[in-house]
Design a protein around this ligand. Sequence first.
Ligand code: PPS
Length: 689
Amino acid sequence: MPVPALPEITDEEEKLFRLLRQLDVAPEASQRAIASALGVSLGHLNALLKTAADCGLVKITDRQSADRRQRFAYTITTRGAAEKRRLTDAFLARKRREYERLHAELTGQTPTIVPITQRTTVMQNNHAPIPELFVSYESSQKLKKEAAELQSWDLIPRQICDLELLMNGGFHPLKGFLTEEDYNGVVENMRLADGTLWPMPITLDVSEKFAEGIEIGQDIALRDQEGVILGTLTVTDRWTPDKSREAEMVFGADDIAHPAVNYLHHTAGKVYLGGPVTGIQPPVHYDFKMRRDTPNELRAFFRKLGWRRIVAFQTRNPLHRAHQELTFRAAKDAAANLLIHPVVGLTKPGDVDHFTRVRCYEAVLDKYPAATTTMSLLNLAMRMAGPREAVWHGLIRRNHGCTHMIVGRDHAGPGKNSAGEEFYGPYDAQSLFREHQEEIGIEMVDFKHMVYVEDRAQYEPADEVAEGSTVLNISGTELRRRLREGLEIPEWFSFPEVVRELRRRYPPRSQQGFTVFFTGFSGSGKSTIANALMVKLMEMGGRPVTLLDGDIVRKNLSSELGFSKEHRDLNIRRIGYVASEITKNGGIAICAPIAPYAMTRRAVREDIESFGAFVEVHVATSIEECERRDRKGLYKLAREGKIKEFTGISDPYDVPEDPEIRVETENVEVDHCAHQVLLKLEQMGLVAV
Ligand code: PPS
């Protein structure tokens, strides 16, 4: 292995490095103490401090102490912290060169030691701590204050996940968000500029507007969504990436059916910033605290228990009996302990939420023989990048102290592309992993497809089942159907505790929340039918019912709004928001506004449908009939021009093209109209009449 071309380090730089290190570990020390720790005179120390301050590496402030030697306080700036890390690498490289020279002199041979930056063997001691990007507690307190003056970037959820793993060593050897050179290497051939294997671009995407205000060399504060500072970034690179090329190279296709490609084009900012990160504090998690571990916490845990061989199982789905069987078998075959390492950051849109999943995992954990298995939650934002993702998962698991990882069929697959075909071949992930296994530093364990053999009442690997046996299976789609319809889920398939959790999260449709959305002209009868429906639903009981009538909403939620298109849209979006919250929490929302615009109704439907059913009811009373009834006398005023922008008279109404139900009110009893809606709800499985 050739000696890496790391820059030489001068003696002065070495002193600077030691000064920065000293100030980081003991920022309150007196000048005399610092000088003696460094082995330099006070005069030399002052010169060093001046250089460090002039270069913006250290901030010197007056401490107003009576003691002359304690007069100043020193703070390492974020640039200083980054410089310290750069010098650490350069310093180590120098030591290595010295070692190599000595080795050659003594033995006459070139040593075969692998450079640290490309070395996986260093990781193979899965008990040793791994480098993090955090500064000491004292420095972090100072940096927090200093950062108040920095420009801030408010991280979005995916960036928070990335930053957490950068800072805690989960993404080791990355030292920050990728620079342009590293990014190009990663996109093109899965390697950082120095040749290290790294398959996933970890970039900080920002808006053009924000990027314009940043100068190269500037430090920016990285904050969470509440404005809490997590770290800083010294911006060394800023560029506008070719996203289509990134999509093609990393995800295999520039097709927005791929969730990460969709994210790239529709969520990610246009400009990328790169540079070293200085960690101040990890993001706070309020849920499942005891189940979250940094790489070093897991390593310490394995060290404490004496676990040398650990098989990691990556998952984003609830575990059923087949998973328990296959993971246990994998660990047994590898003579290793098992780490269930589920992703709780961002997974594939539409997945079971992590709260439900973790409760399910906890139930399954009890099914393994005691002391063989543990579980830890990984706050990773998955990209669903199949083969590249598998390699990335391997590196992350290695960093978390694992020695083996289970890689299955279609690992981290994104589903079908826009032509209805799979993005990746079923074994692409396994073969890419196998190709890079040495470098990843983790051994791949094949995922055995386990099936339930009825005659033998046990799970067996599919390829070992005796001919003629009856094999049972329940697909994911079938499981969802059974949950939706409240049908039996047999014990051979899953554990009763897991099924109970899933049923709590996915009650049958007749127990889920939903929204009935009436639309029609003023005076069409929306409110009257909505009221009758509400009473009928309340009579049935079981779920709370809320009526969001047009007039009531206008009085309580939208009193400042008029009837322009913009105001009407805002009014309907507010109704949609409240209805979506009610639906999400298992209630029934009945809305009865005019809602004249099809686009807005569609947007509200989309908001609600991620939580429950949306039933659009078009109250199809003609405008002539409404005007004839003119219950509130408004049509008369509208005709006289006293009310402007009146729907149907001087303002448009888009007739719903495809509502769930259309009700005619002319010569029909209100009770009958409400009953028709109720029957529709029953037909959709939303109520059990
Ligand atoms: S919208 O378009 O959905 O925001 O309207 P909505 O909130 O349902 O409010 C409609 C009620 O406001 C009264 N009103 C008007 N309607 C239509 N156009 C104009 N310009 C207007 N000005 C006042 C009217 O009484 C509507 O009540 P409903 O219950 O529909 O009869």
